[in-house]
Design a protein around this ligand. Structure first.
Ligand SMILES: [Zn+2]
Length: 315
């Protein structure tokens, strides 16, 4: 760093990681990074890196790369690095250095939050499909329990940038849908940031190396955000088609993203909401761009009322 700049995007990423490093003990005196109770923490921490760390981010990016053009691919590998950080400052962002290196950063806590909240989404109307819950080892998890876990996840994420809640596993019958939902959510978060880079949103802005990390969100340009969503939706759709089959119903992705935006608005503080359009606006822009028929409206309402059941109708 400094006058010489960064030798590579990976170099920029390493710098940002130390800049944003918060150890669990620093910010959460009595909370485990995995967000569960101490007894069952060990088993989860082993999988931590795989599920929420750079391995997860790299594997998500590996899935998107094939849908990019050859020229885009080459540029991407030379100019952009992807990684996770632990921070309270943002959910995800794209950062550019003065010497034109880019880093897409995702808060590890966000990946965890989505994975935990996604499980609750799957079972909220059918609590009997909770197989295991670290806080209810002897009894049945109820709808009220799930609601209180959900609000605890939101509260702790807003406060610490990490979700705190029980470790839960859900019935096998829901697993495929759950993994697909989580994949779409996490992929969209990354693709939205990637889209800022692909859309040349940085090109006219010079960044002072003393001020990195510089947050694009600070620009408060709603149109840029809608355009990034639009491109991200395209990238996610193409990736999903490639992974799950070309007959995949696009409406599935829209319903899943509506739920993502809802969660994001719950965990974003007032400051962030100044920078980003509301979730309702973001989803209605996507709907206008990609969907013609009226039935999408009805489906969105259904998805809002009973997310998991609605997905089973179109998934
Ligand atoms: Zn953005």
């Amino acid at each position: 760093m400094g006058e010489k700049g960064f030798s590579s995007p990976a170099d920029l990423l390493e710098y940002l990681k130390t800049e944003y490093y918060q150890s669990g003990e620093d910010i959460l005196p009595r909370m485990e990074p995995g967000g569960g109770d101490v007894a069952s923490f060990d088993s989860e921490s082993v999988l931590d890196e795989l599920c929420f760390g750079r391995y997860r981010v790299n594997s998500l990016i590996d899935e998107v790369v094939p849908v990019l053009s050859t020229e885009m691919k080459e540029r991407l590998f030379q100019e952009v690095a992807f990684g996770v950080v632990s921070t309270k400052d943002f959910n995800a962002t794209c950062v550019k250095s003065a010497d034109n290196k880019y880093a897409v950063l995702v808060n590890k806590g966000l990946l965890m939050f989505l994975s935990k909240t996604g499980k609750i989404d799957m079972v909220i109307n059918t609590p009997k499909l909770v197989d295991y819950c670290s806080e209810k080892k002897d009894g049945k998890v109820t709808y009220q329990d799930l609601c209180s876990y959900q609000s605890r996840l939101v509260r702790s994420y807003r406060q610490f940038g990490l979700p705190q809640g029980p470790i839960m596993s859900i019935d096998e019958s829901l697993q495929i849908t759950y993994e697909k939902v989580l994949f779409i959510w996490q992929l969209f978060v990354l693709c939205h940031e990637l889209a800022h880079y692909l859309n040349h949103d940085f090109d006219k802005i010079l960044v002072d190396p003393q001020k990195v990390p510089w947050l694009l969100a600070g620009e408060r340009n709603y149109n840029r955000e809608f355009e990034a969503d639009k491109k991200a939706f395209y990238l996610v759709t193409e990736t999903i088609k490639r992974k799950y089959g070309y007959n995949t119903d696009q409406r599935f992705i829209l319903i899943v993203l509506a739920r993502l935006f809802k969660h994001i608005s719950l965990i974003s503080d007032d400051k962030a909401s100044v920078y980003h359009p509301s979730g309702i606006e973001r989803i209605s822009r996507l709907r206008e761009n990609y969907f013609k028929s009226q039935d999408v409206e009805v489906l969105l309402e259904k998805g809002e009322r009973d997310f998991c059941h609605c997905l089973s109708l179109i998934g």
